[in-house]
Design a protein around this ligand. Sequence first.
Ligand SMILES: [Zn+2]
Length: 281
Amino acid sequence: MHLDLGSLSVDVIPCGEFRLDGGAMFGQVPRPRWEGLARPDERHRIAMGTNALLVRGAQFTLLIESGCGTRWTEEERAFFGIAEPGALTARLAALGVRPDDVTHVTASHLHFDHGGGLLTGEGGTPETEGDLRFGRAVHLLQGIEVQAAVRPPEFQKASYRGPWRRLLDSGLLREVRGTEEVLPGVRLRWTGGHTDGHQVIELDGGADRAFFFGDLVPTAWHLPPAYTMAYDLHPMQVMSRKRELLDLCADRSAAAFFYHDPDPRPARVRRDGKRFTAVRG
Ligand SMILES: [Zn+2]
């Protein structure tokens, strides 16, 4: 899947299916409202995607998100239904991109299903071991998100996994605060909400624009602002930032990428009164 924005070209890098508890993914939304959209399996999990993006500009190759990575035991893989741990590097290779060709990486936040692929390690690699997979890439991340990954808040302890301390002494970290254009046409917009350091990535290639929503709007099912997740640190902040950025996306007729949607294709967001819908194709 490819989208040409003008000076930026975007490829979707599906990093494989994984599964989380359906009730947790839909927070306060009653099951009869969501189970028709996302059918839970016998373990009450719903199948989702991990749709990373590769953005290429004249002077850079930027990876946005990285899937769950490879640091899983067989048991953990089965628990989370992680289908293709090696998909990230294989899909990049299919586009002719080796890890050392990636000049920049970013992530909406560093939970394991977003930042996991930024780390090396196989199977049962201990939490403290492993390294950065993209060893030449500048890591563009909100400073408070890195702090949370290194010292996770108790509420989200299980969501940050791996030796994130590596980032601090790698010389590859470029901490961002708030909203900043970090590369020509690439703007990181701090949102908070899901985590204190969560950000959305806005792309503007002149001819067209796109928003990558991370876990602010994980799937098109989550377009209603009140459809927050049990995993969100600050659900009311998610609601208000979601409304604000979906408004902006609709006003600009920008494309929208939903990281966890089983359908990895970009959509256009339409607004009908207070209701948002996603139109694909
Ligand atoms: Zn996620």
